[in-house]
Write a protein that binds this ligand. Structure first.
Ligand code: FES
Ligand SMILES: [Fe+2]
Length: 399
């Protein structure tokens, strides 16, 4: 079997191996991804299997399901998944009834109930997935409810976010995130409270969104607000030994945080030292969570790839509980980033259109696009190897 060839044929046929190797060259020689990576529906289908279902997809904050019986259905690659609050635990199941396969809950919706009832014929499952009731099955001698529990997924809570692995064979979550666990510790994300959320649908491939997130080469052109509080030239990249990329930028002396004026309407996070409270950290955890750590709040973008050229983006702002009173106004952070987000989405949609042109060819990456290069290299190596390739594995043999 050749690369990318599987039971559904060679879905990566439009990606040229030599073109992908150009993405793995050292910065200064490295190129962007070929256009098919952003536009070919077959490549997108392949990514659903190999990049999303075989990895740890983020499904948002566990605090969004606060009460026992809360459950929500999410799309994970080509699957739909039911995430359930059961006391202190979060359980995850394939959203597939064990009777005839009806979905237990419509994807994207949430509900609360003491048990999970299939809307088709009324089979009832406990919050732990066990079959509790199947009308008329007492008539069948030997019918064993224990053999018909919902199919579970591996689920992991980390820093207050829920992650699931649909394929069942991803590496251990802490190997997946590697040293990002230590790098995010001081911001204590698990204790932060989600105060605001914006949902966007962007007509761009999910990778274009992440590539744009990781460079500030574009900032002087499209982000006048951002350039008033942070220098686009201040970026440094952090060495990664997991499936993530990222680094930090310095605030200007007059700025406490990222806001229109540089002033904060909150409080510096209690775990930060003098150095960390002067920086903003931008990390992408493969495949779909962008984590932006500010001195006084944390913003995330959770990407939900919908099609090769379409991505739903859930942007959430988290603050320490001690500032979240009834009077607290998060708009200093939300407005600033909503403006900046929209500037970015406009650029991403334009790039998407450009990559679909017959005139598009791989472009050269500049020396200030280091983490964008790291992400692109993870993608290209993933296509070449048919698996998720952590940044830590992108060693000289590959480059
Ligand atoms: S498909 Fe669920 S009860 Fe029949
Ligand atoms: Fe930007």
């Amino acid at each position: 079997m050749g690369w990318g060839v599987d039971s559904q044929g060679d879905r990566l046929a439009t990606l040229d191996r030599d073109a992908l190797r150009l993405c793995l060259a050292p910065l200064g020689e490295a190129q962007t991804l070929p256009g098919a990576a952003y536009n070919d529906p077959d490549v997108f289908e392949w990514e659903r299997d190999t990049f999303f279902e075989s990895s740890w997809m983020c499904l948002g904050r566990s605090s969004n399901l606060p009460t026992t019986g809360d459950h929500k259905a999410f799309r994970v690659g080509s699957e739909t998944v039911l995430v359930v609050r059961d006391g202190g635990a979060i359980n995850a199941f394939f959203n597939v009834c064990r009777h005839r396969g009806h979905e237990l809950l419509e994807t994207g919706t949430c509900a609360n109930a003491r048990a999970l009832k299939c809307p088709y014929h009324g089979w009832v499952y406990g919050l732990d997935g066990s079959l509790k009731g199947a009308p008329r099955y007492s008539e069948i001698p030997g019918f064993d409810p224990a053999a018909h529990s919902l199919a579970p997924l591996r689920v992991q809570e980390w820093n207050g976010w829920i992650f699931v692995n649909a394929s069942g064979d991803a590496p251990d979550f802490f190997d997946h995130c590697g040293n990002l666990d230590a790098l995010t510790k001081d911001h204590e994300c698990d204790r932060l409270v989600g105060v605001a959320r914006h949902d966007y649908v962007v007509d761009a491939n999910w990778k274009i969104v992440t590539e744009n997130y990781h460079e500030c080469y574009h900032c002087p052109q499209i982000h006048p607000e951002l350039c008033r509080v942070t220098s686009p030239d201040s970026g440094t990249d952090d060495p990664s030994d997991g499936a993530w990329a990222g680094g930090s930028m310095d605030l200007f002396d007059h700025a406490v945080t990222m806001s229109m004026t540089g002033e904060s309407g909150g409080k510096i996070l209690r775990g930060l030292d003098a150095s960390k409270s002067r920086k903003v950290y931008y990390y992408s955890l493969w495949p779909n969570l962008l984590i932006s750590l500010h001195p006084d709040y944390v913003m995330t973008h959770r990407l939900e790839p919908l099609a090769a050229d379409r991505t739903r983006i859930e942007c959430e702002w988290l603050f320490p509980p001690e500032v979240v009173t009834e009077e607290f106004d998060p708009s200093y952070a939300v407005e600033f980033w909503d403006i900046t987000n929209r500037e970015d989405w406009g650029a991403c949609e334009s790039v998407q259109r450009g990559t679909a042109s017959r005139a598009y060819s791989q472009g050269p990456l500049s020396m200030v696009e280091g983490t964008t290069h790291q992400f692109i290299a993870m993608v290209a190596a993933g296509y070449l190897q048919g698996a998720v390739v952590p940044a830590g594995d992108l060693v000289s043999g590959l480059l």
